[in-house]
Write a new protein. Structure first.
Length: 110
Protein backbone atom coordinates (compact mmCIF):
# COMPACT_ATOMS: atom_id res chain seq x y z
CA UNK A 1 0.00 0.00 0.00
CA UNK A 2 1.27 3.46 -0.86
CA UNK A 3 2.47 5.57 2.06
CA UNK A 4 0.11 8.38 1.12
CA UNK A 5 -2.87 6.06 1.33
CA UNK A 6 -1.66 4.65 4.67
CA UNK A 7 -1.43 8.19 6.09
CA UNK A 8 -4.88 9.03 4.74
CA UNK A 9 -6.42 5.94 6.35
CA UNK A 10 -4.53 6.46 9.62
CA UNK A 11 -5.89 10.01 9.82
CA UNK A 12 -9.37 8.50 9.74
CA UNK A 13 -8.63 5.99 12.48
CA UNK A 14 -7.79 2.96 10.34
CA UNK A 15 -4.70 0.84 10.80
CA UNK A 16 -2.93 -1.07 8.04
CA UNK A 17 -1.46 -4.41 9.02
CA UNK A 18 -0.09 -7.52 7.44
CA UNK A 19 -1.97 -10.54 6.18
CA UNK A 20 -0.32 -12.51 8.96
CA UNK A 21 -1.77 -10.17 11.59
CA UNK A 22 -5.21 -10.06 9.98
CA UNK A 23 -5.53 -13.84 9.70
CA UNK A 24 -3.66 -14.63 12.91
CA UNK A 25 -1.13 -16.84 11.14
CA UNK A 26 1.87 -18.46 12.78
CA UNK A 27 5.31 -17.91 11.24
CA UNK A 28 5.22 -21.35 9.63
CA UNK A 29 1.74 -20.79 8.19
CA UNK A 30 2.83 -17.47 6.75
CA UNK A 31 5.94 -19.07 5.21
CA UNK A 32 3.89 -21.89 3.68
CA UNK A 33 1.42 -19.48 2.09
CA UNK A 34 4.28 -17.34 0.77
CA UNK A 35 5.96 -20.36 -0.83
CA UNK A 36 2.68 -21.45 -2.47
CA UNK A 37 2.19 -17.94 -3.80
CA UNK A 38 5.74 -17.75 -5.18
CA UNK A 39 5.37 -21.14 -6.89
CA UNK A 40 2.08 -20.08 -8.49
CA UNK A 41 3.59 -16.79 -9.71
CA UNK A 42 6.70 -18.62 -10.92
CA UNK A 43 4.61 -21.10 -12.87
CA UNK A 44 2.78 -18.35 -14.73
CA UNK A 45 6.05 -16.45 -15.38
CA UNK A 46 7.84 -19.53 -16.73
CA UNK A 47 4.88 -20.57 -18.89
CA UNK A 48 4.65 -17.11 -20.43
CA UNK A 49 8.42 -16.95 -20.92
CA UNK A 50 8.24 -20.25 -22.83
CA UNK A 51 5.40 -18.80 -24.92
CA UNK A 52 2.93 -21.60 -24.35
CA UNK A 53 -0.74 -21.46 -23.48
CA UNK A 54 -2.44 -22.95 -20.47
CA UNK A 55 -4.03 -25.51 -22.81
CA UNK A 56 -0.63 -26.54 -24.20
CA UNK A 57 0.83 -26.86 -20.71
CA UNK A 58 -2.19 -28.86 -19.55
CA UNK A 59 -1.64 -31.35 -22.38
CA UNK A 60 2.04 -31.64 -21.50
CA UNK A 61 1.28 -32.52 -17.87
CA UNK A 62 -1.88 -34.52 -18.65
CA UNK A 63 -4.17 -32.09 -16.86
CA UNK A 64 -6.82 -29.56 -17.81
CA UNK A 65 -6.61 -25.89 -18.69
CA UNK A 66 -8.80 -25.05 -15.71
CA UNK A 67 -6.38 -26.87 -13.40
CA UNK A 68 -3.46 -24.85 -14.83
CA UNK A 69 -5.48 -21.67 -14.24
CA UNK A 70 -6.07 -22.76 -10.63
CA UNK A 71 -2.35 -23.44 -10.20
CA UNK A 72 -1.44 -19.99 -11.47
CA UNK A 73 -4.10 -18.38 -9.26
CA UNK A 74 -2.69 -20.05 -6.15
CA UNK A 75 -5.84 -22.09 -5.52
CA UNK A 76 -5.42 -23.95 -2.20
CA UNK A 77 -6.80 -27.17 -3.73
CA UNK A 78 -3.62 -27.44 -5.81
CA UNK A 79 -0.81 -29.30 -4.08
CA UNK A 80 2.71 -27.93 -3.88
CA UNK A 81 3.80 -31.22 -5.42
CA UNK A 82 1.72 -30.52 -8.53
CA UNK A 83 3.06 -26.97 -8.77
CA UNK A 84 6.65 -28.22 -8.61
CA UNK A 85 6.05 -31.09 -11.07
CA UNK A 86 4.45 -28.66 -13.53
CA UNK A 87 7.32 -26.20 -13.19
CA UNK A 88 9.76 -29.05 -13.87
CA UNK A 89 7.71 -30.05 -16.94
CA UNK A 90 8.26 -26.50 -18.20
CA UNK A 91 12.01 -27.08 -17.98
CA UNK A 92 12.50 -25.09 -14.81
CA UNK A 93 15.92 -25.85 -13.34
CA UNK A 94 16.66 -26.63 -9.71
CA UNK A 95 18.36 -23.25 -9.51
CA UNK A 96 15.23 -21.53 -10.86
CA UNK A 97 13.09 -23.42 -8.35
CA UNK A 98 15.37 -22.28 -5.54
CA UNK A 99 15.03 -18.69 -6.71
CA UNK A 100 11.25 -18.96 -6.90
CA UNK A 101 10.95 -20.50 -3.43
CA UNK A 102 13.42 -18.15 -1.78
CA UNK A 103 12.04 -15.06 -3.45
CA UNK A 104 15.61 -13.87 -3.89
CA UNK A 105 16.75 -12.89 -7.37
CA UNK A 106 20.17 -13.72 -8.64
CA UNK A 107 20.31 -17.49 -8.38
CA UNK A 108 18.84 -17.97 -11.84
CA UNK A 109 21.26 -19.23 -14.46
CA UNK A 110 21.70 -16.85 -17.40
Amino acid sequence: MREEKKRHLAARGWRAGSTKEFLGLSDSEEAYIEIRSRLADGLREHRLRRGITQVELAKAVQSSQSRIAKMEAGDPTVSIDLLVRTLLALGTSNRDLAEIISGLPGTRAA
